[in-house]
Ligand binder design. Sequence first.
Ligand code: SF4
Length: 458
Amino acid sequence: MTLTEKILARAAGKAKVQAGDNIWVNADVLMTHDVCGPGTIGVFKREFGKDAKVWDKTRIVIIPDHYIFTADSKSNRNVDILRDFVKEQDIAYFYDVIDDPNGHWHFDMSKGHLKRQYGSQYAGVCHTALPQKGHTRPGEILFGTDSHTCMAGAFNQFATGIGNTDAGFVMGTGKLLIKVPETMHFRLEGQLQPGVMAKDVILHCIGEIGFDGATYRAMQFDGPGAASLSIDDRMTIANMAIEAGGKNGIFEFDSRTQEYVDARVKLNGTKSTYTPVAPDQDQKFVYELVVNLDKLEPTVACHPDPGQRKKAKEMGHIKLDRAYVGSCTGGKTSDFVEFARVLRGHHVTIDTFGVPATPEIVRELQTTYWGKQTVWDILVSAGVQMTENAGCAACLGGPVDTFGRINKPGIKCISATNRNFPGRMGDKESQVFLASPMTVAASAIAGKIVDPREYLAN
Ligand code: SF4
C-alpha cells in the first residue's frame, strides 16, 4: 500500500484497502474557520438537532483567519458565531481574534492595516497555525473545511479539504465515507540550488500534469530530494496538491518530521502520541515522475491557472504593477527570510505587500536579526508594506477593504500565494503570476518578472 492507503486502511479498521474502495474512516481532527465554520455549524444543527453535542470537543479545532481584518460587519459577525458555538459546546481549541470570551470582534479601520489588532490567542492562517499549535500528527486523518488542508500532508498525515455538509456530518459523528484515491508518485532527487525554492518544485510538478492532472488522486512525494527538504518546504509542496486537483499530498515520516511534531505537541500540551506510516515494497502508483531538484530553475505559473508553467528567466516581457508575499503557502518565516535575502540592499519599484501567515511568524521576523537589522526592518526599509495582522488577507481577495486586495482591473501581480484563477486576489480583470518568495522579491525590484539568481549573483 502507498502512504495514503495505509493511513486510510488503519482509520477504517482494515488490514488492506486499494484505490477505488469506498470506506468509512474515523477522523482524528476536524478543522474549520470563519468562512465555512458558520455553515458547518448550521448543517450540524439542522441534521443532529439544535441541542446536539459535537462528537468530540477535543478533536475540533476552530481557527478564524480568512475575512478578519476588514470592517465588513458580516465577516466580523462570523467570528462571533464561532465564539458562541465554542462556548455552547465547550470546544477545547478555538483561536479567537479577541481575548474577551463575551466580546464582539470589530476591526477598527481608523487604526490602519499595519499595526496588530488581535488578542493573545489569535493564531493566523489555519494551515500554518495547525502544526504550530500542535494539531498535526503523523499517521492521522485531518479533515478541514478548506481546500488547502492538504498542507498537513507534509507531516505524513492524510489531510484533505471537505465541504460544509461533510464537515457537519464529521462534527456529529467523527466519521466520513471516503473513496480511496489512486496515488501519483513524485520521486524527488538531488538538492535545491541557490535561488530555487520548494515553490518551484510544486509549480514544476503541476506544470507537468496540469491544474486538473491529479484530480481525486493522492500526490506522494518521496526520495532523497524530499528527505533533504525542510518542514517548511514540504508544507509548501503539500499545500499545492489541490492546485492540481489532488485529494491530498503526502510525505514520508523522518527525523525532521518527528523533531517538529514532538516539539510542537509538547509546547502546546496537545496529544503527543502518534503512529507514522512507512511505504510498503509493493506500492502501486497510477503515475510516476522523477524530479531532479538540482536541475530545477525559478518557475512561474502564469495567469489564468496554476498549471501555466514557464521559467522566470523567460518572462521579462511581463511588466508588473504589484507584488505580494503571504498566505499559508508563502507566508512562513523561511519564505520571508528568502524574500529578504534578495531584497536586502535594494528597493522595490512596485507596490509590494507582505502578510505573515501567523502572529508567531510576525514575532520571529521582528526579533530575528540579520546584521544590525531585523528581517522585518530589512523588508520595511526595502519598501515592502508589512502588516502585523497575520491572516489570509488578499490571498483570496476578500472584502474590498482587505489589505493588498486587487481592486482595479488590469493589474498584474506576482504573488507567493498558491492560486491564480481569475478574480482570486480581487478584480476579475487582474492577472496573478505565482512564484517563489525569491522570484517575487527580484520581480518587485525589477518591476517585471525576473529570475532571482540575477540578484543573488550580485
Ligand atoms: S492563505 Fe489563502 S490559500 Fe491559505 S487558507 Fe487563507 S485563503 Fe486559503
